[in-house]
Design a protein around this ligand. Structure first.
Ligand SMILES: [Fe+2]
Length: 310
């Protein structure tokens, strides 16, 4: 065990996806998922929500669907430098030099690969939107990303010991970790291989999760799990399979926690037979959803020094 990092990211900003059909994916994420284009660069489109982050999702032309990068914010350039030093000291994988970010959000950051080869960026001072304002039925910001992991204990230790995250809860399915007062920004799910389990977009309220889910369903994308309320995090959810079989979630009402929060384990997070959430209205996750959660892998051909995946 290393000494816990004295700094941690301040939050989750965005996810970069590769797709063989940027136009089709953009059409879905704007007309149906209710994001809005904010920038274009090198064939990629950057999509914002109603909140302040410059973008929540970017779609990049690639031969196949891939997860390119998960980006966190840091509070300052000094925190970026401290986190870069911590990652470099851990020696887990390649680490790029900190410097000017190359994507349209700008700022100062660095990229690296974690022990499972996943590509992350941490950036400070990137552009934000002055007109941020919650809008009904529109995603505001990213809530969390769940990553299927071939070695959950090792990956969890990397997030806690190197990046300064705290463990919020552990179930038989996954470990939940946080870098701010929301219950989790990342969860690491037990799996045979590393993949993108899902991306969760934060809606302003339960009503927006319900109305947004109805909008997506009307567009021909059935609800694959939900609407329900999770155990850890206590958030409401509706899961869909979007373009390229990327699993996406509308969520809201994520529990706020602080240092007094008591971590519970798999023995305490148990449902009665037949239940997969607090409400018990939804069927369990569809088999199609469970298969899609294993399909999207991290691209392996992007150097950490290249802060914006091309
Ligand atoms: Fe989720």
């Amino acid at each position: 065990m290393t000494t816990p990092s004295p700094v941690r990211p301040s939050g989750l900003r965005s996810v970069a996806l590769g797709t063989p059909d940027v136009a089709a994916a953009e059409a879905f994420y704007t007309a149906t998922w209710a994001l809005a284009p904010v920038a274009r660069q090198d064939g990629a489109v950057y999509l914002r929500g109603s909140g302040s982050p410059h973008h929540l999702l970017s779609l990049h032309p690639r031969p196949a669907a891939e997860l390119l990068d998960v980006c966190f914010n840091a509070a300052s350039r000094a925190d970026v430098d401290a986190l870069a030093a911590a990652v470099r000291k851990a020696g887990a994988g390649p680490v790029g030099e900190a410097g000017a970010a190359k994507d349209p959000a700008g700022g100062y950051g660095f990229s690296f690969r974690d022990p499972e080869g996943r590509h992350f960026t941490i950036v400070a001072g990137d552009a934000t939107h002055a007109d941020a304002s919650e809008k009904a039925d529109v995603p505001d910001h990213l809530s969390h990303v769940v990553l299927c992991s071939a070695d959950v204990p090792k990956s969890t230790a990397f997030f806690t010991d190197v990046l300064g995250f705290r463990v919020s809860d552990r179930t038989k399915m996954m470990n939940f970790v946080r870098c701010n007062s929301d219950h989790h920004q990342i969860a690491l799910a037990y799996a045979e291989a590393s993949s993108l389990n899902h991306i969760a977009f934060y809606m302003p309220d339960l009503e927006s999760v319900m109305r947004g889910a109805g909008r997506v369903k009307d567009a021909g994308y059935p609800i694959e799990w939900g609407v329900g309320r999770h155990g850890p995090g206590n958030n409401v959810f509706a899961y869909f399979i979007g373009p390229d079989e990327v699993v996406i979630e509308y969520t809201s009402e994520v529990e706020k926690v602080d240092d007094s929060y008591v971590v519970r384990g798999p023995e305490e997070w148990k449902w009665p037979p037949g239940r997969t959430d607090h409400w018990g209205i939804s069927a369990p996750p569809s088999l199609r959803l469970q298969a899609a959660q294993k399909k999207i892998r991290f691209a392996i051909d992007i150097a950490p020094g290249e802060q914006t995946p091309r």
